[in-house]
Ligand binder design. Sequence first.
Ligand SMILES: Cc1cc2nc3c(=O)[nH]c(=O)nc-3n(C[C@H](O)[C@H](O)[C@H](O)COP(=O)(O)O)c2cc1C
Length: 167
Amino acid sequence: MEKINMGQAAAFTSPNPLVLVCTRKENGELNMAPVSFVMYTSFNPPMLAFAMGRASNSGENLRRTGKAVIAVPGLSLAEAVMAYGSCSGADTDKLAYTPVELQSLEDVDISIPADSRAAFAVSLSQTVEAGDHYLYVCNIDGMFADGSKPALFAWDGYTKAAPAAIS
Ligand SMILES: Cc1cc2nc3c(=O)[nH]c(=O)nc-3n(C[C@H](O)[C@H](O)[C@H](O)COP(=O)(O)O)c2cc1C
């Protein structure tokens, strides 16, 4: 085997999971950011965790409000995912700049893209320092899915959002 670095690791382990972390900004705007560092962590109670760079606006929103919705994006969102991943909600109204059709979930005040395969409404349980990222360990308060919509995955070191099977 050859020695590799973290950038190469992301490419070698493609496709990686992909979610959109949807949060509410301090000014009330919705923010969305693609994240691949995501995993389930517990069946009972249902929990998941994801890691984001320390300066991310999504993380700041989650730490302030304690709430987020983790949406699994559908195929039509490939371009929006890359756009949302290339700027920060700290200085950009991403949804105004790159609008997508939204849907609401029952008893959740953070909207998500209409084209979502699954969505997890979460509450922040623990913030763990993890190198240059924070690991957000969350309780899952609600789970939703639409099996008719295929999911996007992250390919080639996070440079491309595409289905798991590419022909
Ligand atoms: C496919 C893809 C996957 C990404 N995965 C992560 C990730 O796991 N963790 C992370 O911190 N940033 C990840 N990013 C980068 C963030 O989405 C990016 O830094 C974004 O600008 C953060 O936005 P925010 O400041 O509004 O939260 C990814 C970007 C792309 C395009």
